[in-house]
Ligand binder design. Structure first.
Ligand code: PLP
Length: 463
């Protein structure tokens, strides 16, 4: 990719970026004096910056999105053909790609039957919350309106999604928040010593019981839904232990609480099954998904529900307020479901779920080997091609390393040609997890290249 831009073009792009682009999640003062990395091209697992430097991308576009890898001609062609045929019509009408993708998606989600089209994960979660509120009004006189969310989980960036946000660092200065959202404890076995009363054995069941305690305190007749990530992503790649999910399902069943699973990160293959909840035999009432649905080739998110949830909104022609009074303009873009359909075909035809399983196991093995070598690794966790490494300054106290240390490891991996991620541990100064979510097409060599870079970076930063 060397020489892709002339020096002239290059300096112009960088100038325009620095002068006019307000970057996501960025501190702009240091950015202004930095030498920014502008990613200009991608193919398979790799991307190139404006200087032609090649990187192996271990986080699928930075935020675990490009599940089938970059440069997929078949997706580009399907989107192009559809755009020329019909680019858009409002989602109150039907569309060929919308119907076909909904049918395909539902075939992978037994027990669920309705697909509501949107554009972002935040929007999908926000609409799910809206459904819960409307059901509360229609069925329970407004009483069963509270929505429970978990410490360390993240469900999006709007004020209402932040109201359901378990990562405090993201919430500071954005209140006041939407009322009616109630936090429940997390389920991170490695840090159970930070939770009063956590037992040595059966931690998963105990953690689920903490949710029940909150429900009993709030009053079960006031709680409408429980919203959870199957594997907590940005909060530190948290995979709950045995016993947790079964108990969560039992609690939802017992108290007639809707189970809303946020699959925005885990959805569409990331953990080695189509959806993360499918590892645990859960029966969700609502599932939201976004990132991997079309691997970033088009902006699409979906809120998928059971027929039972849908039936709450079935039109009673005598009551104009009875249906789900909601719209998303760009939920009618046909590029989304076309790209999503082709994305799913690729995952099936290339057997990428099995590959995710196999390569995820390899990555976990490699990371455990690194743990034997580097005392700074306190914990390794993951599911499929979604792994996290928690860095601690002391394995006994589990004190975390500094954010500066984490940033140095990320930068050193970048210098070695591998882009890795770091998670947010919610409390400022505790951003101590390295994150990996390479594309589902990863080969053994790719995985080894990623973990070799981490090995080198840890040696360089920590000795
Ligand atoms: N839910 C989870 C679990 C996420 O990780 C994210 C984003 O990272 C969202 C929801 C919000 O998605 P979006 O950024 O598309 O609004």
């Amino acid at each position: 990719m060397e020489g892709m831009f002339s020096d002239n073009d290059l300096s112009h792009v960088v100038e325009a970026d620095k002068a006019h682009v307000w970057h996501h999640l960025s501190q702009h003062k240091p950015y202004e004096t930095s030498d920014p990395r502008i990613i200009v091209e991608g193919k398979g697992m790799r991307v190139w910056d404006q200087n032609g430097k090649e990187f192996l991308d271990s986080v699928s576009g930075g935020v675990w999105t490009v599940n089938v890898g970059y440069g997929r001609e078949s997706i580009a062609n399907a989107v192009r053909d559809q755009l020329l045929k019909l680019n858009y019509f409002a989602g109150s009408a039907g569309s060929i790609p919308g119907s076909l993708f909904a049918e395909k998606l539902i075939s992978k989600m037994p027990g669920l039957s309705r697909v509501y089209y949107l554009n972002t994960g935040s929007e999908a979660n926000e609409k799910a919350f809206k459904m819960v509120r409307q059901i509360a009004h229609k069925k329970y006189g407004g009483k069963k309106h509270k929505i429970l969310y978990r410490d360390r989980d993240y469900h999006g960036t709007t004020i209402t999604c932040l109201s359901a946000g378990g990562q405090d660092e993201r919430n500071v200065q954005y209140g006041p928040f939407t009322p009616g959202f109630v936090r429940v404890p997390h389920c991170l076995e490695y840090r159970k010593h930070e939770q009063d009363g956590a037992p040595e054995a059966n931690y998963g069941e105990w953690a689920a019981e903490q949710i029940e305690q909150v429900i009993l305190r709030e009053g079960p007749d006031t709680v409408g839904a429980l919203c959870l990530e199957p594997v907590t992503a940005g909060g530190g790649v948290i995979v709950p232990p045995e016993g947790y999910w079964q108990k969560v399902q039992d609690i939802c069943d017992r108290y007639d609480i809707l189970l809303h699973i946020d699959e925005v990160v885990c959805g569409v293959g990331r953990t080695g099954t189509w959806f993360g909840y499918q590892h645990y035999g859960l029966k969700p009432d609502m599932v939201t998904m976004a990132k991997g649905v079309a691997s970033g080739y088009a902006a699409i998110a979906c809120l998928v529900t059971t027929e039972e949830v849908f039936n709450h909104f079935k039109d009673d022609p005598t009551d104009k307020l009875n249906h789900f009074r909601d719209i998303s303009t760009f939920g009618g873009c046909t590029s989304g479901p076309v790209a999503a359909l082709e994305n799913m075909r690729i995952i099936e035809d290339e057997n990428l779920l099995a590959n995710t399983d196999a390569m995820g196991a390899r990555m976990m093995d490699n990371l455990h080997t690194l743990m034997d070598k580097h005392r700074v690794i306190g914990d390794v966790r993951g599911k499929g091609l979604f792994c996290g490494v928690e860095l601690v300054s002391d394995r006994t106290t589990k004190d975390v390393v500094t954010e500066a240390h984490v940033a140095a490891v990320v930068a050193e991996c970048g210098a070695r040609g591998v882009i890795i991620g770091a998670s947010n541990r919610s409390v400022p100064g505790k951003n101590n997890c390295l994150c990996f979510s390479p594309a589902l097409i990863s080969t053994a060599d790719d995985i080894d290249q990623i973990t070799d870079a981490v090995d080198g970076a840890l040696t360089k930063v920590f000795g």
